[in-house]
Design a protein around this ligand. Structure first.
Ligand code: FAD
Length: 479
């Protein structure tokens, strides 16, 4: 095994980075680099030139200053759970992994704020604030692994974002190290809006605007009452109609999630089993929260609506372990699906809720025509679909079928008035669809905004923008 860095990045750079963060925190051996060659999406791979794990924000700033001086591109990375190939770096680039910056710096229950470093794991924050009767609402299903920094960069969602909003609604201030190594504070802890919304601009910037090193989050009181309903349907369309009927009733549940039969079969065969019958065509998980009287009143509307739209059974979780079991089945569904085949490609798109029944039919048609297994588990209340394709990438026929299926599903979602991502971002995976989703003038504006933060396009190059749409760092640009 060689110990030299890839040819594109010099031994001199390796030495300089080691002096800044300590040699233990610079990874350069091929086996070490291989660990960082993918995120949660198996269809994209790229081995970084070097991996650096700074231990403090001043080290992040020093590393970025050095890389700016030497005109080297870089890619920020959190836990690497992303599902769009966003946190991947090429051999010319340095991967900046932020998992050592994992401290919760302050919790202020009186003003309902917490200040965290970017490598804090989402679920750890919720656990830490629970003793104050507070919660950090955005709860991606990956919350036991993904970082708040990654959530900020992807503007992550989660089951409970239907009622409470996605990450952008829960961040009030950011401290950011810009690609030239300088520091900028965006927003304010109070979150009072004045001037341009720079925090909003940074949210969802997918590592292209710099590195978030300190994040002030809004906390919400833990709901006084929660009711979780689990409905089984014998027809997929009926479950989709129930989703529309609930929203049309004026009630916004805390969460409204769907799993189809293929997904349910995988979940029930795993350690995450909910106890549902696997002959159901679909199940809905509906959670209501708030004051006890309000929850009771909403449940009195939702349960009959589920039955009126064809639910063959509706069960209500009667204890916290009961509720936890239902949520485990939903949140670990990707894990259960991962047992079906060597690879699982989780897709992400969003459509108007009213289009869900037709879209699910179209996904089934793609599945049948291409002869692949596609399971659906998704945030139905938001119209945010996640078709999950089980495959074996070593089989060229299956690998090609995944590419075709992804393209056809994206086209169907766009044709239905939807968009190419609901929460997982564009990354490497969706960049070629951007011109179909956005007018050239809008793409130009995005590119201009990016240049304000990163004039030489060194931060996460090769993502989001299709080739040649946005001028970025290229090999040979080195000054
Ligand atoms: C099982 C599973 C379930 C999931 N469920 C959901 C879900 O319900 N909702 C949802 O939205 N997503 C979900 N995801 C996707 C993923 O977990 C989220 O996108 C998450 O926000 C990524 O966080 P991360 O720390 O893993 O970031 P990474 O994957 O490491 O990085 C993601 C992006 O963020 C950038 N980045 C990371 N840290 C920083 C930083 N500090 N500053 C600037 N840029 C940064 C990277 O460059 C990259 O572009 C799921 C993934 C898995 C595997």
């Amino acid at each position: 095994m060689t110990t030299s860095p890839t040819p594109a990045l010099t031994a001199d750079l390796l030495g300089a980075l080691s002096r800044l963060v300590g040699s233990r925190w610079v990874r350069h051996r091929p086996a070490e680099l291989a660990t960082y060659a993918a995120d949660g999406l198996p269809t994209h791979e790229s081995r970084p030139g070097l991996v650096v794990l700074p231990g403090s924000r001043s080290e992040v700033a020093a590393v970025l200053s050095l890389l700016a001086e030497r005109h080297v591109p870089f890619v920020p990375r959190g836990a690497g759970t992303g599902l769009s190939g966003g946190a991947l770096a090429g051999g010319d680039a340095v991967l900046l992994t932020l998992t050592r910056l994992n401290r919760i710096l302050r919790i202020d229950p009186a003003s309902r704020r917490a200040v965290v470093e970017p490598g804090v794991i989402n679920a750890h924050l919720s656990q830490a604030v629970a003793r104050f009767g507070l919660q950090y609402v955005p709860d991606p299903s990956s919350q036991t692994a993904c970082t708040i920094g990654g959530n900020v960069a992807e503007n992550a969602g989660g089951p409970h974002c239907l009622k409470y909003g996605v990450t952008t609604n829960h961040i009030t201030a950011l401290e950011v190290i810009l690609p030239d190594g300088s520091t900028a504070t965006l927003g304010s802890p109070q979150g009072e809006p004045w001037g341009p919304d720079l925090v909003g601009l940074f949210l969802g910037s997918e590592g292209m605007f710099g590195v978030a090193v300190e994040i002030t989050v809004r906390l919400e009181p833990t709901p006084r009452d929660i009711r979780t309903l689990f409905a089984e349907f014998t027809q997929l369309r009926a479950a989709s109609s129930a989703v529309s009927a609930i929203i049309a009733s004026g009630i916004v549940p805390a969460a409204l999630e769907m799993m189809d039969q293929s997904c349910l079969e995988a979940v029930e065969a795993s350690i995450y089993a909910t106890g549902a019958r696997t002959d159901a065509a679909a199940v809905l998980l509906v959670e209501l929260d708030g004051a006890p009287e309000a929850v009771a009143a909403e449940a009195a509307v939702v349960e009959p609506l589920l039955r009126a739209n064809g639910a063959r059974s509706v069960t209500v979780a009667t204890s916290e372990p009961d509720r936890a079991r239902l949520w485990l089945g939903r949140k670990k569904a990707f894990g259960a699906l991962g047992r079906l085949a060597p690879d699982l490609a989780v897709q992400d798109a969003v459509v108007p809720r009213s289009a869900l029944p037709d879209l699910l039919d179209q996904i089934a048609a793609v599945r049948d025509r291409l002869g692949i297994r596609i399971s659906n588990v998704f945030h139905a209340g938001d119209g945010n679909l996640h078709p999950c394709i089980s495959f074996d990438r070593r089989d060229p026929r299956q690998a090609a079928a995944v590419v075709t299926a992804n393209r056809e599903i994206m086209e169907a979602c766009l044709a239905a008035g939807g968009s190419i991502t609901g929460e997982h971002g564009v990354g490497s995976d969706k960049r070629e669809y951007m011109p179909r989703a956005f007018q050239p003038a809008a793409l130009d504006l995005m590119c201009e905004v990016r240049r304000v933060f990163d004039p030489d396009g060194r931060a996460n190059p090769g993502k989001v923008f299709p080739a040649n749409v946005c001028r970025e760092w290229r090999r040979g640009d080195r000054q």
